[in-house]
Write a protein that binds this ligand. Structure first.
Ligand code: NAD
Ligand code: UDP
Length: 320
């Protein structure tokens, strides 16, 4: 009998790569998504497979799945700042009500649940790099608070089900991850810069560009998530690439990679934009024997190849 896994957010960037990985590992995969920020194109290659099923459903509403389940991965949530600013209530609901529904389902099915948390639980961090024992610096009522606090609540309720009901749970704190199938117009910095380079527009750096991020290639992220799910560790684990770069230096890297002759222009820094971010991955190294394998140069090359295959029409589709 194949093990059965439910993946929420299956039509999104990370969810679709997770579907591929679990199919490759021989699982029966049940994908669920309401397509609010995702795209069926990301998983259409799986539709002919009998070990794959898809349900169009909003997981903030009661979730029913027939048959047994061994694992649940809860990845449904808007993930880019412009998405969660556009749909703040849905973002809060999927992190809270959605997570509650999936915890209930996991309890019913005696399944192990892994939730997708985020480096945003550290907010605009006062500790650098960020290790799992840092409590964070989040503005609860700022515009980004809808995402950060939903994810913090998600962690709390997950730990409560673990402690109170003995549910098997895992929490991954994902740091900026990129790769093929990101939505070109999702507003995150990599698709934004690549789209601008492909359209022949100037690259928009927010603020003075001195803020830093540390970018993890999707294959490395999926490997870390898979290892965490299969581990026996219930506390949060950072998965990300500690190779840190400022956004202005990153813009220069993209200009070089894409060969564009555009320049950088500066725009206002969004409110509460974290000034630095870099994961401390000692814990993942120790308990999962995991560390990233794909350099930024290689990962960005692969990502650019993907964006180059998109049609001009897609490039011009600014709104989702
Ligand atoms: P994405 O927008 O590509 O994917 C999210 C998917 O969830 C989409 O397909 C969307 O339609 C779906 N979804 C949203 N609300 C839903 C709902 N109520 N019911 C059902 N489906 C719903 O984003 P992503 O980058 O793939 O992120 C996936 C998960 O990983 C999110 O939970 C996000 O918070 C987390 N994460 C991602 C990153 C990153 O760098 N990519 C970093 C930290 C955390
Ligand atoms: N950013 C930028 N120009 C853009 C999009 C983003 O300078 O066109 C900056 C943004 O202000 C942030 C960094 O790039 O400092 C990463 O932004 P992203 O939205 O990718 O992710 P997050 O802020 O959630 O890490």
């Amino acid at each position: 009998m194949k093990k059965r896994v439910l993946i929420t957010g299956a039509a999104g960037f990370l969810g679709s790569h997770l579907c591929d990985r679990f199919i490759k590992e021989g699982f029966h995969v049940i994908g669920m998504d309401n397509l609010i920020t995702g795209d069926l194109k990301n998983i259409e290659h799986l539709f002919p497979l009998e070990q794959f099923e898809f349900f169009h459903h909003d997981v903030s509403k009661y979730v029913h799945v027939a048959g047994n389940l061994d694992y649940i991965l809860h990845f449904a949530s808007p993930a880019s700042p412009i998405d969660y600013l556009k749909i703040p209530i849905q973002t809060l609901k999927v992190g809270s009500l959605g997570t509650h529904n999936l915890l209930g389902l996991a309890k019913n099915k005696k399944a192990r649940l892994l939730i997708a948390s985020t480096s945003e639980v550290y907010g605009d961090p006062l500790v650098h790099p960020q290790a799992e024992d840092y409590y964070g610096n989040v503005n609860t009522i700022g515009p980004r608070g809808v995402y950060d606090e939903a994810k913090r609540f998600q962690e709390s309720i997950t730990m409560a089900y673990h402690r109170f009901h003995g549910l098997e749970t895992r929490i991954v704190r994902i740091f900026n991850t990129y790769g093929p199938r990101m939505r070109l117009n999702d507003g995150r910095v990599i698709p934004a810069f690549m789209g601008q380079a492909l359209r022949g527009e100037d690259l928009t750096v927010f603020g003075d560009g001195s803020q830093t991020r540390s970018f993890c290639y999707v294959d490395d992220q999926v490997e870390g998530i898979f290892r965490l799910l299969m581990s026996d560790y219930p506390m949060p684990v950072n998965i990300g690439n500690p190779n840190e770069i400022s956004i202005s230096d990153f813009a220069q890297e993209i200009i070089k990679l894409t060969g564009t002759d555009q320049k950088v222009i500066y725009k206002d820094l969004p409110q509460d934009d974290p000034m630095k971010r870099k994961p401390d991955i000692s814990l993942a190294k120790e308990i999962l024997n995991w560390e990233p394998q794909v350099s930024r140069e290689e990962g960005m090359r692969r990502t650019f190849e993907y964006f180059k295959t998109l049609s001009l029409e897609e490039l011009d589709k600014r709104e989702h």
